[in-house]
Design a binder for this molecule. Structure first.
Ligand SMILES: Cc1cc2nc3c(=O)[nH]c(=O)nc-3n(C[C@H](O)[C@H](O)[C@H](O)COP(=O)(O)OP(=O)(O)OC[C@H]3O[C@@H](n4cnc5c(N)ncnc54)[C@H](O)[C@@H]3O)c2cc1C
Length: 393
């Protein structure tokens, strides 16, 4: 083991940054990008040798249109950033929209209500044939229609996070992979104008440190995590072959998604939809499913997901949950079975509030997205956090 940073006082001050960002998931990278826009000198510290957290395990779906209020504002900023960064960094992003598939009158009522409350074209109602076309030519025979959510975009999560880190490096940020953050000493303790950041590879001086460690916020700041009710949410996911090589450009959502995203949940029609799903598909509500899918650039489909909550997440994947999810996806697509390529457990931070921004020490900011929308809101959230920091400076 390397000597702990505290035993190497001589390395303090050898490297100085305006900002140290901890965590190279989408939240950390979004904050680093905003810092570069301000002409700041940026160091990103990531404990793994490449990002393997929530940011690479998700659907890559910026679920913009189904957000409300502040989250919708953040999502609209993120939408613009994803498309611009992908263009500059040469990674995959598509202004794809999303299709919400309705298979009951209750699901269609939720979509109609949302459509009526939005500007024309943002949530466009679809007939059965249009839904089938979006799904690559085939769909569940019970489809009664759907809606096209215009402002959603898609990235490939595995490519996007690595691509964004590479773009930020090109723009002048330094990324120190395989380096864990151990703690922060505020400026007053050092006698200098900067704080000191302790890592497993020595110490760095920085005017500002932004800690974006996702669900591991409880490992570093347990009392803040407890105060905000942060737990881990575990999701079962899989990658499957597209039936008959179908092309499905938009992200695809279903009735269970309408129980989850705020713009659907806020409709007056939502309680009736919940009652209908409880009667028709209790097995999906039992695993708190969100039946949805996105297509990767190689044509395979990312499919999921289930949700379970705990402070410590057991790593074991339930085969029964997996079967339930795969059956539901196959049914949605009107397919007879799916060929699984990979399965994994995703974990994200979950709390009653959708995100956490805290300033536990002078010069230190803690940011965590505490709901399943980090790919949707991170760039907009980072923009807002930096505007607040600019104002405080
Ligand atoms: C299965 C699944 C599906 C999802 N689907 C979607 C979706 O379609 N759309 C959407 O908007 N959101 C989705 N989400 C949510 C989204 O992925 C997360 O909100 C987002 O990725 C969180 O980003 P993050 O940077 O906070 O976390 P992470 O990506 O987990 O990054 C945190 C990083 O911090 C590093 N770290 C931790 N501790 C330290 C330390 N001490 N020192 C240095 N580094 C450290 C970790 O190694 C990690 O790389 C999904 C999540 C999952 C799990």
């Amino acid at each position: 083991m390397d000597a702990p940073a505290a035993q190497r006082p001589d390395d303090v001050g050898t490297e100085q940054y305006d900002v140290v960002v901890v965590g190279a998931g989408v939240v950390g990278l979004a904050h680093a990008a905003e810092a570069l826009d301000r002409g700041l000198r940026v160091l990103i510290v990531e404990r793994d040798h490449r990002a393997v957290g929530a940011s690479v395990r998700n659907f890559g779906h910026a679920c913009v249109t189904a957000q409300t209020d502040r989250l919708l504002d953040f999502a609209m900023v993120s939408r613009e950033r994803w498309l611009r960064y992908a263009d500059a960094g040469g990674f995959f992003a598509v202004d794809s929209g999303a299709v919400a598939v309705a298979r009951s009158a209750e699901e269609r009522a939720v979509l109609e209500e949302l459509s009526a409350g939005r500007e024309p074209g943002q949530v466009a109602m679809l007939g059965v044939e249009a839904v089938r076309t979006h799904l690559g030519g085939k769909a569940d025979s019970s489809v009664v229609g759907g809606a096209f959510l215009r402002d959603d975009v898609r990235v490939d999560p595995r490519e996007a996070v690595a691509g964004l880190a590479a773009l930020l490096t090109e723009r002048g940020a330094r990324v120190l992979w395989g380096t864990a953050f151990l703690g922060h000493e505020p400026a007053s303790g050092t006698g200098a104008g900067d704080g000191v950041v302790h890592t497993t590879r020595g110490r760095f001086r920085a005017a500002r440190t932004i800690v974006c460690v996702g669900h591991d916020v409880d490992r570093l700041y347990p009392s803040i995590a407890e105060r905000h009710g942060i737990r881990r949410c575990g999701l079962q996911m899989a990658r499957v072959g597209a039936p008959a090589g179908r092309r499905i450009t938009p992200a695809v959502l279903s009735g269970t998604s309408m129980l989850r995203y705020p713009a659907f949940v806020a409709t007056d029609s939502n309680p009736a939809l919940r009652a209908r799903l409880a009667a028709d598909a209790p097995e999906l509500l039992d695993i708190d499913a969100n039946i949805m899918l996105t297509q990767r650039p190689d044509g395979t489909l990312i499919v999921g997901d289930s949700h379970r909550y705990d402070r410590t997440m057991d790593p074991f994947l339930s085969e029964q949950t997996s079967d339930t999810l795969l059956d539901a996806i196959a049914r949605l697509l009107g397919a007879h079975g799916l060929q699984v390529v990979e399965r994994w457990l995703g974990v994200y931070a979950s709390a009653p509030e959708p995100y956490l921004v805290a300033h536990p020490e002078a010069g230190l900011t803690l940011v965590s997205v505490t709901s399943g929308v980090g790919m949707t809101i991170s760039h907009g959230l980072a923009h807002a956090v930096w505007r607040e920091l600019d104002g405080a400076a």
